[in-house]
Structures are given as structure tokens and as C-alpha cells.
Design a protein around this ligand. Structure first.
Ligand SMILES: O=P(O)(O)O[C@H]1O[C@H](CO)[C@@H](O)[C@H]1O
Ligand SMILES: [Mn+2]
Ligand SMILES: [Mn+2]
Length: 414
């Protein structure tokens, strides 16, 4: 019986989205622009990395071919051999929005066809009734910020006032989010989580995708720093996803990183977390070893997005890709007959782009099914083809959006 592993490199887009213009992202290309900057020597950082982007293992899975399919970008002129039984292609998103839940739900066979709620880029950003209800029902003396802001600068600007007044720092972005930054000890971590739960309920009628707790520590503007105790309160998927179908079929869904939060804990059997991509990779490897036939390991590597994409840090993003790539053989060496392994992404976050937000892009779909012939799966019309392929591979009944590409790889199921 089969096992399936999908690793999401959060925000690792490869450009070329047909509808990018609608999002103000025409030309955005996370991978292409990072690779070009590296090739031009513009992504060197002493003690971190230098020179052309070195991702030989993803290249052997067909990352260059996938990029060409997505955007026409040509990665590295050198010839390389594709790994046996590997497949490669690109996928277009059909969901409205370019945020994490839309991307992951669509991968899991449930594109977000409805419109999420967003807060306007004005000060104040939140409707007065919402602000009043947050203060009244959350029992806080007021809120600070109330605007679009990057999370690191908002704690510099409002952190000291927050400590002095006890008012939580509430901010948003172009995504369907309401983020709440508060001090772990002065305000209290558990109190922040409790406040977020109240705000989650208040945001439900507004169709806000996520309320996010962003705890921080430090005593001064210069020393404030966010901690790993971030927590996302997502609105639950409106219909069953691939995850529910795996568990209904008797398999386990082992969620690595923030997958559990993204699906509001629906269809999740087990959650394993680590601080940072490398710790997360260790957890993912452990899950690959523990997975039994019928199980699905779904991993999210968030650092690409939070640490480097939003921070518009090209050398940092490049180094993170190189570090991930160096560890890929450890995952590939754990594959056995009957396994399906895939790498993909949930949206873009081009570190060379204007602003600090996600970018609408196509994503890579790379992988290996030992024993099958693999090959080029072309441009998939929806991320849901990933979930449909996992479903067919695991022998689940049809359901959910998307079309399986398993037969294109030489695979077949009764
Ligand atoms: O700047 P920070 O707080 O990291 O916010 C980012 O994180 C949010 C959720 O991933 C995104 O919507 C983006 O605004
Ligand atoms: Mn994401
Ligand atoms: Mn993000």
C-alpha cells in the first residue's frame, strides 16, 4: 500500500501567473529573480553565501524545467541529468487570493472560490464596530496601530506604548489577516491567545482568513524581537479536504509545521513542529520513517516566507533554498516502492518585489514516485491536481477539485 509526502516550500513561487496583473504582481517571480540576482553576484553576503544559486538536488528533480514551463525563465545553462522516476511541472492557482490558506486548501482539493474579507489600507484600517467589540469583549483598554504594517516595524513603533498601556498592537496586510502583537510577559502569552480567540469569533462574519498571535519579547524599541510562539487561528475550510478523506479512509495525516493551523485542525491526526526550516526538516524525516501505508505527511517550511520573502532578503532566501536543497537527499533516500514524494509552494513572495507582501505566481510541482517513469507534467491548471494525485495514489475515492496526473507518470490504480 502507498504512502504520500508533500513538502510545501512556503512562498517559493516560480512566476508566470496568468492573472498576476489583477494582483499588481505582473512580472513577479520569486525563484527567477533570486536565481538572477545570485547569477549576477548581487546576492552575496559574507559568511552566508555567494555566487550562483546552488540547488543541484531540486535541479535534478526538474526545477529548471518547471520554471521554464511557468514563466519561460531559463535557469542555469548547464546540462544536468534528471533523477530517475522524477517528475516536474508548474501549477496555476485558481483560488481568489494569494495567501497561505488559499494555496494550501487548493492543494488539498478545495480552491477558495469565495472572496475573503480584507481590511482597507487606511488608518484606522478596522471598522469601528469591530474595534469597539474587540475592546469590549476582549477586555483590553484599547488597541494600537490599527493599520497595514510589516510585523517587525510595528513592534518597534508601538512596542513601548503597548507595554506602558496594555493595549495590544493590531495590524493587517494585503492578506486576509488580523494580526495581534503583544508582549509575552508584560501582556502575557496565554492572555494573547485568549484575546485572539475572541477576535477570531468577531472576524468570522467578515470572512477574515486568519487571526494571528504575534508574541514578542524585549524591553526597548531596539531589543524587541518576535518569538516562535506565533499561533494562527484560521477559519475552518468550508468543505472537507483531502486531509479529511485520508483520515476517513483510515490513514493518518501527519502535519509538519503550521499545516494543522492552516486547516483549523480538520483532518489532522498528528502535529509535529520545530523552530526553523532545518528543525522542521528533521521532523519531516522522522514522519517519513514513521508513516505507514495509507498515511499522508504534509509539511510546511515557513521560513522562506516569513524570514526572507516578507523581509525582502534576497541573499537570505537564496541561502535558505540552498540549505533546504542540501538536505533533500536525506528525504529522497527514505523513499520506498509505493511512495509518492512532492515539493510545491502555496504562493509567491518575490524578495525583489515592491512592498512586503505575497506575490501571485505559479508554483513548482516536483517529485518522485519510485518505480514509475515520471517525466514532464506540464502546466497544471490548478494546485488541486496535487491533491487529486495524492488521493489517487493512496487509493481514495474521487472527490475534491483537480485532476490526478498519476497516469501521466506511468502509474495506475484499479
Ligand atoms: O509582517 P508580518 O507580521 O510577518 O506579516 C506577514 O505575515 C502574514 C501572515 O503570514 C502576512 O499576511 C504578512 O503580512
Ligand atoms: Mn504561505
Ligand atoms: Mn506570508
Amino acid at each position: 500500500m502507498a504512502r504520500a509526502f508533500v513538502f510545501v516550500l512556503d512562498s517559493f513561487g516560480i512566476g508566470g501567473a496568468a492573472d498576476a496583473e489583477r494582483y499588481g504582481d505582473k512580472g513577479a517571480d520569486t525563484f527567477g529573480h533570486i536565481a538572477s540576482a545570485c547569477a549576477a553576484g548581487a546576492a552575496d553576503r559574507a559568511g552566508l553565501r555567494s555566487g550562483p544559486l546552488a540547488v543541484p538536488n531540486m535541479t535534478a528533480l526538474g526545477l529548471g524545467e518547471a520554471a521554464r514551463t511557468a514563466s519561460g525563465f531559463s535557469f542555469d545553462g548547464r546540462t544536468h541529468r534528471l533523477l530517475a522516476s522524477s517528475f516536474h511541472g508548474a501549477a496555476q492557482e485558481i483560488s481568489a487570493g494569494k495567501d497561505t490558506p488559499s494555496g494550501h486548501w487548493e492543494i488539498a482539493g478545495l480552491p477558495a472560490r469565495f472572496d475573503w474579507g480584507y481590511f482597507p489600507d487606511t488608518i484606522p484600517s478596522f471598522p469601528q464596530e469591530l474595534t469597539d467589540a474587540m475592546i469590549r469583549e476582549g477586555k483590553v483598554p484599547g488597541i494600537l496601530a490599527n493599520r497595514h504594517a510589516p510585523g517587525t516595524t510595528v513592534i518597534e513603533d508601538f512596542g513601548e506604548e503597548h507595554i506602558a498601556t496594555g493595549k495590544p498592537i493590531c495590524y493587517t496586510s494585503v492578506d486576509s489577516v488580523l494580526q495581534i502583537a503583544a508582549h509575552e510577559t508584560h501582556f502575557g502569552l496565554e492572555r494573547l491567545y485568549a484575546f485572539c480567540k475572541v477576535v477570531r469569533r468577531l472576524c468570522d462574519p467578515l470572512r477574515i482568513g486568519r487571526v494571528i498571535a504575534r508574541p514578542f519579547i524585549g524591553e526597548t524599541r531596539e531589543t524587541f524581537v518576535r518569538t516562535p510562539n506565533r499561533k494562527d487561528y484560521a477559519t475552518p475550510p468550508p468543505e472537507p479536504t483531502l486531509l479529511d478523506r485520508v483520515t476517513d479512509h483510515g490513514g493518518r495525516v501527519i502535519a509538519i509545521g503550521k499545516i494543522g493551523d492552516i486547516f483549523a485542525h480538520r483532518g489532522i491526526s498528528e502535529i509535529r513542529k520545530g523552530a526553523g526550516n532545518m528543525a522542521m526538516f528533521d521532523k519531516a524525516l522522522g514522519a517519513m520513517e514513521d508513516a505507514r501505508p495509507g498515511d499522508f505527511v504534509f509539511a510546511n517550511f515557513v521560513d522562506f516566507d516569513t524570514e526572507f520573502g516578507h523581509r525582502r532578503d534576497v541573499p537570505g532566501y537564496a541561502a535558505a533554498l540552498e540549505a533546504f536543497d542540501r538536505r533533500l537527499p536525506e528525504a529522497l533516500s527514505r523513499l520506498k516502492a509505493g511512495d509518492l514524494f512532492m515539493l510545491t509552494a502555496d504562493h509567491g513572495n518575490d524578495p525583489t518585489w515592491r512592498g512586503t507582501d505575497h506575490t501571485r505566481e505559479r508554483t513548482p510541482v516536483l517529485g518522485v514516485v519510485p518505480g514509475l517513469r515520471g517525466g514532464d507534467i506540464g502546466l497544471r491548471q490548478t494546485f488541486s491536481d496535487i491533491g487529486a494525485t495524492v488521493a489517487e495514489h493512496l487509493g481514495l475515492a474521487r472527490g475534491g477539485s483537480g485532476a490526478s496526473f498519476l497516469s501521466a507518470l506511468g502509474g495506475h490504480h484499479a
